[in-house]
Design a protein around this ligand. Structure first.
Ligand SMILES: Cc1cc2nc3c(=O)[nH]c(=O)nc-3n(C[C@H](O)[C@H](O)[C@H](O)COP(=O)(O)OP(=O)(O)OC[C@H]3O[C@@H](n4cnc5c(N)ncnc54)[C@H](O)[C@@H]3O)c2cc1C
Length: 428
């Protein structure tokens, strides 16, 4: 957002409480991010930084007799599915790949880029609250031991899962269905080819389904030899004690013996880090003199690697409304309604897609492998979710889930997950 506004000649200030670079979860991008990099003149730097190119994604599962072993057309018995982004052209993207990133490096480069374009950037400065009472909001922040304030025409909250303004203004609604936790680390010399069916798969993201429900492992290339590995599971499986959480990581890994063997031959190069309580929505994404972008506005689940793309694209959509608001000198909530509606539409599509996935993940594999639906699913996976209020492929998936729910004899009935898609809809 700082880069977009500065590029348009707006006088803006970024306060970042950390000193960059700092580690961060969220390392695998989707192709819709490219539109933002292109807008901001940042693509060259993405190439120079030599982030691994991500050409596609692979999903794997253990071949469980009696579970996945049935004869639905297009569904491989081992539940393996893969997609390649170049299968579907994307307007404004024109690249056959996106990137996996070391977030320490990526976030630093992007912050420096905003600064080069003209945004004033202050690192190590934590915003404590915003006073909206008079005409102009006053942003209060800590600089060392001192508390100071600066007045601004409007405020953009991009504070991530800290949800700074969402907390202050009591806008946050916890998602009661998605209650996932994750534990992750980086490993050197992990063999990324163990499930690769082709050489080119080596640098794909791999999602490995686990035998316990709603749980999976990510495998994300960070450099030629370093790989990020994370386990995502439901909160109920997640122990309070750190040692037990690490044990849980290794137990999950052992349920996929090939991954366990490859990790045993690798070296862990970072401490384990866990992430929790991360699924929520906000009652509003904008108000008089403020907007919430990225995770500050909403986060659901990392399954489709969407968070960074949503953050980048929310800045892309919001900055247009902000520029128009500056032009009209009207910073009322109404001025940000195009942004709010566009983002709500996109995140609703993500929410429905994620819900279907967790309810019946064999269905997801089926849709990927079925030529009739493949490109429509790929469109979602590429991050093109903002232009269609009701993608037909999602409606089809939802109706198939209902059929399976209503028919106990259906071969997939026993595979239904326990996250019920329709039991939670944020009332927004
Ligand atoms: C387990 C897990 C796995 C994930 N995997 C992926 C993935 O593979 N791909 C993907 O795209 N996304 C993934 N995500 C999501 C991704 O991490 C986020 O969606 C993304 O980082 C959001 O970016 P952001 O800019 O909104 O927030 P952030 O990147 O979190 O940035 C917010 C910044 O605000 C700063 N800040 C916070 N409070 C204050 C304050 N009061 N004052 C000043 N500064 C402040 C923070 O220090 C931080 O640097 C994952 C998330 C989880 C939980």
């Amino acid at each position: 957002m700082g880069a977009y506004l500065a590029k348009a000649g707006v006088n803006c200030v970024v306060f970042e409480r950390e000193l960059f670079p700092r580690p961060h979860v969220g390392e695998s991008l989707v192709p819709s991010s490219t539109r933002v990099f292109r807008d901001l003149g940042f693509l060259e730097q993405m190439e120079e930084a030599k982030f691994p190119h991500k050409f596609g994604a692979v999903w794997t599962a253990e071949d469980r007799k009696g579970a996945y072993d049935h004869d639905w057309d297009g569904l491989a018995p081992d539940c393996h599915a893969d997609i390649r982004f170049e299968e579907r052209m994307q307007e404004g993207v024109e690249k056959t790949y996106t990137y996996h990133v070391d977030r320490g490096k990526f976030d630093l480069l992007l912050l420096q880029h905003a600064n080069k374009l003209g945004a004033a950037v202050y690192e190590g400065v934590r915003v404590s609250h915003v006073d909206f009472s008079p005409d102009h909001p006053v942003v209060h922040f800590h600089m060392g031991a001192k508390e100071m304030g600066v007045s601004a025409r409007m405020v953009v909250d991009a504070s991530g899962r800290q949800t700074f303004l969402g907390n202050q203004l009591k806008l946050k609604i916890k998602d009661t269905v998605f209650d996932q936790y994750a534990i992750h680390s980086w490993f050197d010399n992990y063999d990324r080819k163990i499930f690769a069916k082709r050489d080119s798969h080596e640098d794909y993201i791999f999602i490995h389904f686990l035998p316990i429900s709603n749980s999976w492992i990510w495998q994300i290339p960070i450099t030629d030899t370093v790989t990020s590995i994370g386990v995502v599971t439901q909160k109920k499986n997640f122990a309070k004690a750190k040692e037990e959480r690490e044990k849980f990581f290794w137990d999950c890994v052992r349920s996929r013996p090939a991954i366990a063997d490859a990790l045993a031959a690798a070296d862990r190069v970072r401490p384990f880090k866990d992430e929790g309580d991360y699924s929520y929505a906000m009652k509003q994404l904008a108000g008089d003199r403020f907007v919430l972008i990225g995770d500050a506005g909403r986060f659901v689940d990392p399954i489709f690697s969407t968070g960074v793309s949503i953050a980048l694209n929310s800045a892309r959509f919001a900055h247009r409304d902000v520029l128009a608001a500056l032009e009209k000198n009207d910073f009322s909530r109404q001025s940000f309604s195009t942004f709010e509606n566009t983002l709500r539409l996109g995140t609703k599509n993500w929410y429905d897609f994620i819900s279907v996935y967790y309810r019946l993940n064999v269905l997801f594999t089926y849709f990927i492998n079925e030529p009739k639906y493949r490109l429509d699913v790929l469109k979602l996976l590429q991050g093109d979710v903002y232009d269609d209020a009701a993608p037909p492929v999602l409606a089809k998936m939802q109706s198939m889930v209902s059929d399976v729910e209503n028919n106990p004899k259906h071969p997939w009935h026993s595979l239904l997950g326990d996250l019920t898609a329709n039991s939670f809809r944020p009332q927004l």
